[in-house]
Unconditional design. Sequence first.
Length: 158
Amino acid sequence: MKWEPIRIYADTSVFGGAFDEEFSRPSQQFFRQVLEGRFRLVLSPLVQDELVAAPERVQRFLDEVTVGADIVRITADATRLQAAYLSFGILTDKSSDDALHVAITTVSECSIIVSWNFKHIVHFDKIPLYNAVNRQKGFSEIAIYSPLEVIEYEDEDI
């Protein structure tokens, strides 16, 4: 039986996190593990669009670590699920792109979304609400973590 890597959607914050003093080590370790085959990275046009204005080093990094990534479309199901999250009051219209990241993850049948967005995505109050809406709309639940919670630790201190 062949082992399949876990499909993980990384939102925009994880790519930028690779160059942030606080988040760089775990972000870079996450992407190293993607390149080593531990995870199957899933990317959307939303991430690509959000990174268009990012510094060149972030864009180069995106190109390097997304070789072989699954690029998924933003489907009608994803936008309907995004609207359901907003109508349920999980987020406001101001944070609709964050809701779309979670919806894309769900509709694309990813197991996990990783994010450094602790206000709108990786938050103990919001995670059960996203999954309640997912169940109500006939989708599977997803796990929502920061990169720190999914990387395999080596003998180094993070």
